[in-house]
Design a binder for this molecule. Structure first.
Ligand code: AMP
Length: 227
């Protein structure tokens, strides 16, 4: 059944560095839906030194998943931040394990809602390592740059809001390798979970950003009603 575009509920899954954040920004602009990134929320909490941030910090630094109870406690807040009562949303970095996917399904079922499409961005591990080592991120708006392929206009400064770009501590090689192991072991089963529900589509994420965006919109546009 077609849905109004601003009611679309989407999930982006993919290994670190596959471009989830970049594509999420495109999706929320195109369809006028909310966007939440659990990674961004957790990082902000560690920077602010909140209780959540203090509990999550060691897991972020090691590239391990933050334990489920902490994530489950965030679920309602995530949904509200995305504006889930009033509009659709794109989730970026959540769910990250099958148990999280089941918790999200239960949560949405309680609101007579479900996920319309899950987009799986696929990319080889070696390409990912090359991308992440050279990635610099804006701590304010989340935009990311590649030092060689897509550098900012002024070195070290975000083109969008002038913030100083950071090299995330978990974008160093040893941690990247652990994040990839975590992805293969814990997050890949999430794709199988949604494939079984018939809402999964896979996308080759090795192409230029605009090509990936086109592929995604070709999959999502047909879900939208023209009314
Ligand atoms: P990301 O910015 O999505 O790459 O996430 C950075 C880090 O935040 C991950 O390596 C995990 O430590 C943590 N994290 C983000 N989202 C989740 C989640 N849904 N469940 C558990 N840990 C998460």
């Amino acid at each position: 059944m077609p849905v109004a575009e601003n009611a679309l509920r989407l999930i982006l899954i993919g290994p670190p560095g596959s471009g989830k954040g970049t594509q999420a920004l495109q999706l929320c602009g195109r369809y006028n839906i909310g966007h939440v990134s659990t990674g961004d929320i957790l990082r902000r909490n560690t920077q602010k030194g909140t209780s959540l941030g203090k509990h999550a910090e060691e897991f972020l630094q090691a590239g391990d998943l933050v334990p489920d109870p902490l994530i489950f406690d965030m679920l309602e807040d995530l949904y509200n931040r995305a504006g889930g009562e009033q509009q659709g949303f794109v989730l970026d970095g959540f769910p990250r394990s099958e148990s999280q996917a089941r918790a999200l399904s239960d949560f949405l079922e309680g609101r007579s809602q479900s996920i319309h499409k899950v987009l799986l961005l696929q990319l080889d591990d070696d390409v990912i390592v090359g991308r992440l080592i050279h990635r610099r991120t804006c701590p304010k708006c989340g935009r990311s740059y590649h030092l060689q392929a897509s550098p900012p206009q002024q070195a070290g400064v975000c083109d969008s809001d002038g913030s100083t770009l950071v090299w995330r501590p978990d974008d160093h090689e040893e941690v990247i390798r652990n994040r990839l192991d975590t992805y293969h072991q814990q997050t890949q089963p999430v794709a199988a979970y949604y494939a079984q529900k018939g809402v999964l589509s896979s996308i080759d994420a090795s192409s230029p950003i605009s090509t990936i965006t086109e592929r995604i919109t070709r999959l999502v546009d047909p879900l939208v009603s023209s009314v």
